[in-house]
Design a protein. Structure first.
Length: 183
């Protein structure tokens, strides 16, 4: 199997998709999934409950001198992202700031920044970056998920040119174990 190509841009998702047996017959364990998701972007789907998403995206954006974004999901009730460039946090968003005891303006998302980094129109992503009150509303009619559903991040990713990296369905992808070292 060919190794995933390192792209200039990276995005990370933290999701629950189980565990797998790594080569050598090791017991089932949480793993991450690396995959190319477009001509210029690579993806790392980190295992559920990992705490390294933000720091990994920050450091990788510094090393590659390009953007890295981490998509976050919390308790299947909220979604968000953090966008880094050059190791610096450029933008962050949570659709339900009350879950994190955060002021809405601190995690409102910046449509202009996302538009610039991803080369998409403001109008194509602005409806996602709000704190929804109506659980039945969709950003666009052709979206699969409502704004209150944490899976709407997949619709948002599609609008910014990224595909959700379904494990086992992407050529050149692989499962890897990433260990978090505790100090």
């Amino acid at each position: 199997m060919q190794s995933p190509r390192l792209h200039k841009h990276w995005h990370f998702s933290i999701a629950q998709y189980g565990s797998c047996r790594l080569s050598g017959g090791t017991p089932r364990q949480p793993v991450s999934y690396l995959a190319p998701v477009s001509a210029d972007w690579s993806s790392a789907m980190l295992h559920l409950n990992t705490s390294i998403g933000k720091s990994l995206a920050s450091e990788l954006s510094r090393l590659i001198a390009g953007p890295a974004v981490v998509f976050l999901e919390y308790d299947q009730a909220a979604w968000g992202y953090c966008l880094f460039e050059g190791g610096t946090l450029l933008d962050q968003f949570w659709n339900n700031p009350k879950m994190f005891e955060t002021l809405p303006q601190e995690c409102a998302g910046n449509v202009a920044v996302m538009s610039r980094v991803f080369g998409v129109s403001v109008a194509s992503i602005a409806p996602y970056l709000r704190h929804p009150k109506d659980s039945c509303a969709k950003a666009f009619d052709d979206d699969k998920f409502t704004l209150a559903d944490h899976w709407v991040r997949v619709d948002f990713m599609r609008r910014i040119g990224l595909t959700y990296p379904n494990p086992g369905q992407v050529d050149g992808a692989r499962f890897v174990k990433i260990e978090e070292l505790r100090r």
